[in-house]
Ligand binder design. Structure first.
Ligand SMILES: *Cc1c(COP(=O)(O)O)cnc(C)c1O
Length: 226
């Protein structure tokens, strides 16, 4: 087995363990975050059964998509979104996790090609109230969710968050819990949401305890980035 295949197997086992420890009977999807990794490493992961990949930089991702055109892959955009990149994102991805303002959502909807299914969207929330972090403030989430939901070529699936790094598992869980509460409030308000995109290499076990349905994992699969 390759190093990447081994790492994937370990991460998958941890996900199953955390899922059953949380008494959950649903499944948690593993998104392999492949920013800064060359296409050969993604191919290695694909040969070990991984099909969903998360990328942060549009041109880097498109280059890899071209190199891996013979593989049936599902591409998720998870990085900060510049308005002038919305057209390429709408053309080249099936999911976007990092929508945090209406202008970007409108542009993605306008640019989504008609022959493709609606673009799956997570709204990125800023759950730790840090001015420097991206993500919409929880107090502004509801109007943004309503506006995104009304756009024809987008399908609002849920929320994404990147909490500030926390030292202990209970601190990690407390941060994720705020996101989960916002998610449940939207569901109770009538939004048909099924996706909570929380948890990275350092904190995915805590995120699964708090209801993550997608974990976004890079270093634990591919090793440290340069
Ligand atoms: C890089 C990145 C990840 C993966 O982080 P790791 O610590 O390598 O698991 C997840 N989500 C986002 C938005 C990222 O930018």
């Amino acid at each position: 087995m390759t190093i990447i295949a081994n790492a994937l197997q370990a991460v998958r086992a941890n996900i199953l363990h955390a899922t059953s420890a949380a008494n959950r009977h649903d499944t948690v999807q593993l998104l392999a975050v492949s920013k800064a990794q060359p296409a050969e490493k993604l191919r290695e992961a694909y040969l070990a059964g991984q099909t969903a990949f998360g990328e942060n930089y549009v041109q880097e991702a498109i280059n890899k998509q071209t190199e891996l055109a013979d593989c049936a892959l599902d591409w998720h955009f998870i990085g900060p979104i510049q308005s002038n990149k919305t057209q390429l994102i709408a053309q080249h991805f099936s999911w976007v996790h990092s929508v945090d303002r209406l202008k970007v959502a409108q542009r993605l909807s306008q640019a989504r090609p008609d022959h493709l299914a609606p673009l799956n969207i997570c709204i990125q929330v800023n759950s730790s109230q840090e001015a420097s972090k991206s993500g919409v403030a929880l107090s502004e989430l509801l109007p943004l969710a309503q506006a995104v939901n009304a756009l024809p070529k987008l399908r609002l699936r849920g929320l994404m968050a990147i909490p500030a790094p926390a030292k202990t598992e209970s601190e990690q869980r407390a941060q994720f819990q705020r996101v989960r509460v916002a998610f449940i409030e939207l569901q109770q308000a009538g939004f048909m949401l099924d996706t909570l995109s929380i948890g990275m290499s350092e904190d995915y076990m805590a995120a699964i305890q708090e209801g993550a349905t997608i974990v976004r994992i890079g270093a634990a699969i591919f090793g440290a980035r340069n």
